[in-house]
Design a protein around this ligand. Structure first.
Ligand SMILES: Cc1ncc(C[n+]2csc(CCOP(=O)(O)OP(=O)(O)O)c2C)c(N)n1
Ligand SMILES: CC(=O)[C@@H](O)[C@H](O)COP(=O)(O)O
Ligand SMILES: [Mg+2]
Length: 636
């Protein structure tokens, strides 16, 4: 039997199906998502859980005249399949293939680009308002998860949407999960939904009774008051009603035919409406349903029959695990140390701390801004908070870092995971900017470890420092070095010479963070060609070891700086500023290696490193280029 899915080249084809065909289509979409994620990895659980919501919305809407604005965008796989990208879907998250998240340039049906959480309501409202101003038609639906609703910006959007009273439809996709089980008072409030089903039944009964009892105005007032009072006790709806939304729900988010009926009705309503759909993360695929926080959220390659990963197990421990162990070690020794994550217990490794020190490990929800200011408050009272957030997500909390922490010199430690290239998640998730965005903040110490030992030492250094400090480390495996017996506190602002390169090296390679390994391999290669290379591991971007770097640069006259971060304002830029201050410019030849001034797309991080010249060959090439004819002669 041919698949219904194969007949759908655009949402218009979907509308040709009968409602009764939709459950079969949903099953076909699920199979396609599972098969593709098994090959490419991807956000399986969120996408499986939102199949019916995607299908029903496209069935009733007229995209791209009408827009679905996704939150995070990791639940949009069915949307991609229904909007002319069925064939390309198998390339998702791979080099040159479809992005894992909605991207405006990829399709006119991707109304808003996304990857970070909590943006859909604000963006959707903006789109709707612009259409009103331009006299354009087009409905707007914001599809938001319960996790995303723990981010303050979602409420900022609700606040304005309720006030403006525009016809925005917000679909709350409530699976009681963020990546881990959703946390917080809001999440507990939502769990009242089951009680609210009972309430809805009771309200219907009361309405039936009211049709038969005599209707004096006083009696009706009393009964209405009683209904509202009861409702306040049992439904999550009053929260949204208080914000000016009409609340509908809870509805079954997997009943595609029911959803079509509900959406049809709600899209004719005036004013903002929030429909509360109850779904299950990983729906329809047992391994993802039963292990929603890990297998259900995001996976690399897996075996469809068992759901077990078939990705090669790395021989060396990941930096994330090492960081988590180092943090537990510090928490063990110092009761003042607490750990904070913004909904990323698994991703940051803090789940280890949560198990060992539940009272001192906080998951604050997808609320990076709050995480940082909460840490600032803790630090005011002598607590030593370690805020573990991915480099890309800490961008959310920039003013909090500056205004709440650095300005007051509060001893908060920032552990930035996923610093540098991240691979398949692409543009929205690259840890490209951290060194640049942190370096310009006064009072902040900024470090990047080159291996596992350095990471442990930098955590100890940050905690020993009476002020704010940050260090960033990459996604993936460490180098595999033997661990020192104990972490050490490093001298602030001091780099280390890892390779002397003789009394008069031909080139200085100044490296920050894990690219050091590439610098050392390049130096070996160049030495075999008769080129002597000094290699410095700067350790600190701020304070920068200007004395060391300028001293060596003065001798070598040629410098290659190396970082896995943006060139604009990053480590290399810091070195240039130092050289300028030391009056070494002009007179010094400097090549800066790093990420270019563009958003780096999804692909294989290793290949991307090579393409940007950040691997050993790239470093060697840059050194040879600085030596020009001399290098050519030596190589010849
Ligand atoms: C600002 C930000 N912080 C953290 C993340 C990482 N993250 C991706 S999905 C997710 C959970 C989202 O939960 P929810 O919105 O309920 O969607 P679900 O996965 O349950 O469908 C988190 C924390 C992110 N994308 N953006
Ligand atoms: C959707 C999202 O933002 C995260 O789930 C992200 O994909 C995490 O990726 P890793 O934890 O595998 O780096
Ligand atoms: Mg959720």
């Amino acid at each position: 039997m041919t698949r219904l899915l194969d007949r759908i080249d655009s949402p218009l084809d979907l509308k040709r199906l009968k409602p009764a065909d939709l459950p079969r289509l949903c099953q076909e979409i699920r199979d396609e998502i599972i098969a593709t994620c098994a090959r490419n990895g991807g956000h399986l659980g969120a996408s499986l859980g939102a199949v019916e919501l995607n299908v029903a919305l496209h069935y009733v809407l007229n995209s791209p005249v009408d827009s679905i604005v996704f939150d995070v965008g990791h639940q949009a796989y069915a949307h991609k399949l229904l909007t002319g990208r069925r064939e390309a879907f198998q390339t998702i998250r791979t080099e040159g293939g479809l992005a894992g998240f909605p991207e405006r340039h990829e399709s006119p049906h991707d109304a808003f680009g996304v990857g970070h959480a909590s943006t859909a309501i604000s963006a959707g409202l903006g789109i709707l308002e612009a259409r009103r101003m331009n006299g354009q038609a087009g409905k707007v639906v914001a599809l938001v998860g319960d996790g995303a609703l723990t981010g303050g910006v979602a409420f900022e959007g609700l606040n304005q949407a309720g006030y403006l009273g525009r016809d925005l439809l917000v679909v709350l996709n409530d699976n009681e999960m963020s990546i881990s089980p959703n946390v917080g008072a809001l999440s507990e409030w939502f769990s009242k939904k089951f009680a609210s089903r009972t309430f809805n039944r009771w309200r219907r009964t009361v309405k039936d009774v009211l049709t038969v009892v005599p209707k004096g105005p006083e009696a009706i007032k009393v009964i209405r008051h009683a209904i509202n009072a009861t409702k306040a006790l049992v439904t999550p709806g009053i929260l949204f009603e208080g914000l000016g939304f009409q609340y509908v729900g809870p509805v079954d988010g997997h009943d595609v035919v029911g959803l079509v009926e509900t959406f049809k009705k709600l899209l004719t309503c005036d004013g903002p409406v929030l429909v509360h759909a109850v779904t299950m993360k990983g729906k329809g695929y047992r391994p993802a349903e039963s292990d929603a926080a890990t297998r259900g959220h995001g996976l690399s390659f897996f075996d469809i029959a068992t759901g077990k990963s078939v990705a090669k197990k790395p021989a060396v421990k990941a930096y994330t695990d090492l960081f988590a162990e180092a943090l537990c070690e510090q928490m063990e020794q110092d009761k003042r140390v607490v750990a904070i994550t913004a909904a990323m217990l698994e991703g940051t490794g803090l789940i280890k701390a949560k198990h060992r020190f539940p009272e001192r490990t906080y998951d604050v929800g997808i609320a990076e801004q709050h995480a940082v200011t909460f840490a600032a408050g803790l630090a005011c009272e002598g607590v030593r908070p370690v805020v573990a957030i991915y480099s890309t997500f800490l961008q959310r909390a920039y003013d909090q870092i500056i205004h709440d922490v650095a300005l007051q010199k509060l001893p908060v430690t920032f552990a930035l995971d996923r610093g540098g290239l991240v691979g398949a998640d692409g543009k929205t998730h690259q840890g490209a900017f951290d060194l640049a965005y942190l370096r310009c903040v006064p009072n902040l110490v900024v470090m990047a470890p080159s291996d596992e030992n350095e990471l442990r030492h930098m955590l100890a250094t940050a905690l020993a420092h009476d002020g704010p400090a940050a260090f960033r480390f990459p996604r993936g495996s460490g180098v595999g070095v033997q661990l020192d017996p104990a972490p050490k506190v490093l001298p602030l602002g001091k780099g280390r010479v890892v390779r002397q390169g003789g009394a008069r090296p031909d080139v200085l390679v100044a490296s920050i963070g894990t690219p050091l390994a590439a610098a050392l391999t390049a130096a070996d290669e160049l030495e075999a060609e008769g080129i002597s290379v000094a290699v410095v591991d700067a350790r600190f971007v701020k304070p920068l070891d200007e004395e060391l770097l300028c001293g060596l640069a003065r001798t070598a006259k040629r410098v290659v700086t190396l970082e896995e971060g943006c060139l604009e304002g990053g480590f290399g830029a810091a070195c240039l500023e130092a050289f300028e201050r030391a009056k070494l410019l002009p007179g010094l030849q400097v090549t800066r290696l790093g990420l270019p001034d563009e958003f780096v797309t999804h692909g294989d991080a290793g290949k991307q490193r090579a393409a940007y010249g950040l691997d050993a060959q790239g470093v060697a090439r840059a050194c040879r280029a600085l030596l020009g004819d001399r290098a050519k002669r030596t190589v010849a």
